[in-house]
Design a binder for this molecule. Sequence first.
Ligand code: PHE
Length: 449
Amino acid sequence: MSEPRGQFSSKIGFLMAASGSAVGLGNIWGFPTQAASNGGGAFVLAYLVLAFLLAYPALMAELVIGRHARANIVTALDQLGERPLTKRLGRAVGYYGVLIAGLILSFYAIVAGWMLAEFGKPVAHLIGWSGAEQWLGGDSLVRNLLVCGIFTAFTVAIIAKGVEDGIEAWSTRLMPLLFIILLGLILYVLVQPGATDGLKTYLIPDFRQLADPGLLLSAMGQAFFSLSLGVGTMLIYGSYLRKDDSLPRMGAAVTLLDISIAFTAGLLILPAMYVAQHQGIAIYGDNGELLAGPGLIFQVLPSLFANMGGAGTWLSVAFFALMSIAALTSSISMLEAPVSVVTERTRLKRSGAAWSIGAVIFVISALIIANMSTLFDATVSLTTEYSQPLLGIALCLFVGWIMHRNQLLNELKAGHQDIEHSLFWKIWPFYVRIICPLLILLAFIQTLR
Ligand code: PHE
């Protein structure tokens, strides 16, 4: 209440921040490996279709609510309702959303910490600190806690600086760096022997797999996670966008950037796996499955880099810098969701709110680290498989049924005068009311079976 509300200074600032949120471990690791294990090009196609059919409309719902209310998710949903019941429902959905954002951050920071550790290893090697190199390569509880804590502290430090000096400034620095490292790595890996086999696995579609409902589900889950939907991150970023920018265009640009980077990352990860195989490194697990999970990032790729000698050390620095950057621009958006609720609804200042929420999240991460085998997967599925789609449905319903139609149309018109001639204008308001929530629900029910 006390501090003035932040705002992105330009379109580019918003684009970098929102695509920074969207582009994360989900794009560079999740998407390529899911594609590899689910029918290659068939998964890529299903993903493209679902991203435009379900995720883009749901992203628009969040941006519209956020910019209309100019507030955090709890206050925004509370304001949309006119009756006590809808208001209470709105607050409940909002609080649930930011709780999920915090929980996603608690497991994301663990994985991002491992990326930092892997980044630190070759750096320690280059400066000759072999003790540190070995320690970082180990798997001790202390190491895992420390690297997770460092990553969380970076996240908090950026959020504590606010919208323009923190989120926008860091996203506009880090995103171009991410593009450059990604392209550089692709160019290097594609000319190595074995790379084309990876391209084939990635791009040649096995259409029989399209009939498998599991494929569509994974593609939907991936699209929701990748566009950071349901948990108030896109909503709060939308609330910092100026009124003279067109929401449908900004939303489409973020979706396109997110999809293109996921697709491009596949041109790195799969060829790299097959280059590793060409060098005699096992890329299939004991049961014949592709090593797509942590085995890929923390065994296959490090062995590949180790095989490449001096160049490998630099490749490893670049690759894990890429992963850490991607994770950081996403984790700041996860933290901004609860921090904006606390600063706008209590007297707490931004930096106090950021550090205290960060501390709570770190305690949850520590609990997960100490009980990895039971808590990690449970947290991932509670948040990403169950909560994100359900919250996505709820937000579509709020825009479709509770927000006034003229408020909604005004929000779409702001910054986009000629929108009335577009297909978006004709279809979306109805689509988001009925079809989009129904389709998400249908896919979700399949998950439960
Ligand atoms: N979109 C991010 C990724 O792909 C993850 C994320 C989820 C970010 C939810 C914010 C909120 O890694």
